[in-house]
Design a protein around this ligand. Structure first.
Ligand code: MG
Length: 369
């Protein structure tokens, strides 16, 4: 297989509503798509960093510049189209996991299409349907939150995750519990608390939550271990689990009992699969988180999410949950039973729709060997 060219697309898809977490909010999903063309086939990958310093040091601008100036010219010099080896080649360039995940995802997609196999088969997954959970950002009032919970439960979502922040935590959980009883419920703090907030977590501990996600700072692994020892509720680490080395450290310190695997943050499907394998060996279950991404990275994540150690509902939701449109056909759908069934077909099954890419595209650039 010979790489004939690479196209880089900058797309912006408006959201139905702002996505709010404890550190900021976004109103459009800006994604950078990598299209690798070889032997008449396009393999697609997606980088989905958040704009501004909301979540990570990587932004759409920095990812775009890194791809066009460094990663793609370097990759074109010596392309590695074996997806299990591509990550090693990309690691020759320091940092920038979002950009690498886009290139690596495109290489996996290309290979799966070339072999006429679904992506999950190449990754070692089962291809089974995945339970989907709805994530609800910080809402203006508790009533708004309860309305959302009611809506998502009616739509079929298999668990509810609510974002919390200091001063907006225990009473929200108590309100959801008193209205909806023992539904599968979890909270995500996005690192907004400190160990001194232990009394808050002791109260949350009374509410039978599935897990508390990333209560403390990213680097606070000892503190997470201490907090975990004080609670019955499992802690789940997300922001902290940003590399295989970090995950190994989390395991050594017993900082958490669950890990949120984000393909973007880990730099691709292969590094994410390695983290999955290490966790499986350590008997620490994981689940698939999101940025949230558009259809390409979401679909590829869903394929990975059928590996055996993914044990909780995924954060991947229906395309229509966030976006006024998506760039794949069919869109990702969550039916009334809350189980996402992967689209059939080689590669990711879903087809990237060139008309939709063109509709939402702000910039495009082409690279030829
Ligand atoms: Mg999270």
């Amino acid at each position: 297989m010979r790489l004939s060219r690479i196209r880089l697309h900058w797309v912006e898809v408006p959201l139905h509503e702002p996505f709010r977490i404890s550190s900021g909010e976004i109103r459009v999903r800006c994604s950078i798509l990598v299209e690798l063309l070889a032997n008449g086939t396009s393999g697609w990958g997606e980088a989905a960093p958040m704009p501004g310093p909301v979540y990570s040091v990587e932004t759409p601008e920095s990812t775009w510049e890194f791809l066009r100036k460094k990663l793609l010219p370097g990759f074109l010099d010596r392309p590695e189209l074996d997806p299990t080896r591509c990550f090693g080649r990309l690691e020759e360039f320091p940092g920038e996991p979002f950009a690498k995940a886009a290139v690596e995802g495109a290489v996996w997609d290309l290979r799966a299409q070339q072999e006429s196999k679904p992506l999950w088969a190449l990754l070692g997954g089962s291809g089974q349907a995945l339970p989907s959970g709805a994530a609800i950002g910080l809402m203006p009032t508790p009533e708004d939150l309860l309305d959302r919970v009611a809506r998502f439960l009616a739509e079929g979502y298999r668990r509810i995750k609510i974002k919390i922040a200091p001063g907006h935590d225990v009473e929200l959980v108590a309100a959801v519990r008193s209205r909806f009883g023992g539904i599968p419920l979890m909270v995500d703090a996005n690192a907004a608390y400190r160990l001194e907030d232990l009394p808050v977590f002791r109260e949350l501990d009374q509410h039978g939550l599935m897990m508390v996600e990333q209560p403390l700072a990213r680097e606070a692994l000892e503190e997470h271990a201490e907090l975990q020892r004080a609670l019955r509720t499992p802690l789940c680490l997300d922001e902290s689990a940003d590399s295989l080395e970090a995950v190994e450290r989390i395991l050594r310190l017993h900082s958490a009992r669950i890990i949120n695997i984000k393909v973007q943050r880990l730099g691709g499907l292969e590094p994410a699969r390695r983290v999955h394998d290490v966790l499986r060996k350590a008997r620490i279950p994981c689940w698939l988180g999101t940025m949230p991404e558009l259809g390409i990275a979401s679909a590829q994540g869903l394929h990975l999410g059928t590996l055996p150690n993914f044990a909780f509902p995924t954060d991947v939701e229906a395309s229509a949950r966030w976006y006024l449109g998506d760039i794949i056909t069919p869109p990702i759908e969550v039916p009334r039973d809350g189980l996402i069934r992967l689209a059939d077909g080689p590669g990711m099954g879903y087809r990237v729709d060139p008309e939709k890419v063109a509709r939402y595209r702000l910039r495009v650039e082409e690279f030829v060997p």
